[in-house]
Ligand binder design. Sequence first.
Ligand code: PMP
Length: 384
Amino acid sequence: SRKLLMIPGPIEFENDVLQSMAIPTPSHVDPDFISVFSNCLELFKDVCQSPSGQAFIVAGTGTLAMDMAAANLIESGDKALVVSTGYFGLRFAEILKRYGADIDLLETEVGDIVSMERIEQQLQAKTYKLLAFTHVDTSTAVLNDAKQIGALGKKHGVLTVLDGVCSVAGEDIKQDEWGIDVVLTASQKAVGVPPGLALLVASQKAMQAFEQRKSPVANYYADWANWLPIMKAYENKQASYFGTPPVNLIIALEKSLKAIVKEGIDKRVERHQRAGKAMRAALKAIGLEVLSKSDDIASNTLSAPYYPSQIDPSAFLQGINQEGIILAGGLLPDLKSKYFRIGHMGSVNKGDLLATIGAIETVLKNSGHQHELGSGTAEILKHF
Ligand code: PMP
């Protein structure tokens, strides 16, 4: 029977989003589809709160969106600072290096963020072109303070790039107001559409930096010179072609973005915040500790609890599966078998959280973990 997918992406998608894809594929230059694409570009800027930005939506994954930011903004020898809170921060460093960036990496203990003081010291010590950071690192469930990092970037004249794959449409993002130069994401998480879309919004400052490049972009598919005319054409409701858009996914994206904007960004973030708080309280009640060091740096969109010491990770995840829920294992190479991950974003509701914590309680109880049965589920109920 169908199991509940509670991993940090892909997530459970709304039925109407899934159903919207099950149609004969129209032409990518069909006037109705052009209008759908145009709406997506506008709605996505609304979600990022970036009215002055330039949106790009292309076939690909979150990694392509990272690649696109790096390929278009970095020229060989440019200095870039990566503020890493886990697996995806390290990935960004690798991508930037691939385009010849001279990288400095700021890291910290697992579950913590790099302090604003350290970031500022580094920005004072050296002149960087670009600063990349992960808003929510999906490997640690740690949330960076995007507003403060944006302000530091502005103050020091550095382009800031926010990897929002695990945060856009689930955490507070005010791109324009906070001065973030690139917000990037993928479709399969809080945006609520099956995998296959890379999305980003670039500030005017980022677009100017792109236009002032001295060398051509070293990635043909990701080159904004190829995509900008296409995005502009769709914005102006005109037919255009560079690479065939994933038409059915774009149709689903319009459906989901409309629902997100209808719910209201602030309300949606609040709903995700409640889910995060409820899940962390429930885990604490049953004696599980999470990776994030404190509540103010814990993400809304996923939780990452350590296993109790006597638990066998693969038996645990299999037991959860038999309870009808799918959870994810750890992602940090050194801690892979020490913790697991629960996604709670998009359509997630009280019932999903209750079912998930119920399954966790059951499996832990059967494995000899001591806790009062129902103490986790009670926390979920209290928060809703
Ligand atoms: N960054 C973050 C924060 C992510 O969570 C992910 C995916 N888990 C990625 C980047 C890469 O996205 P994708 O798997 O879609 O390439």
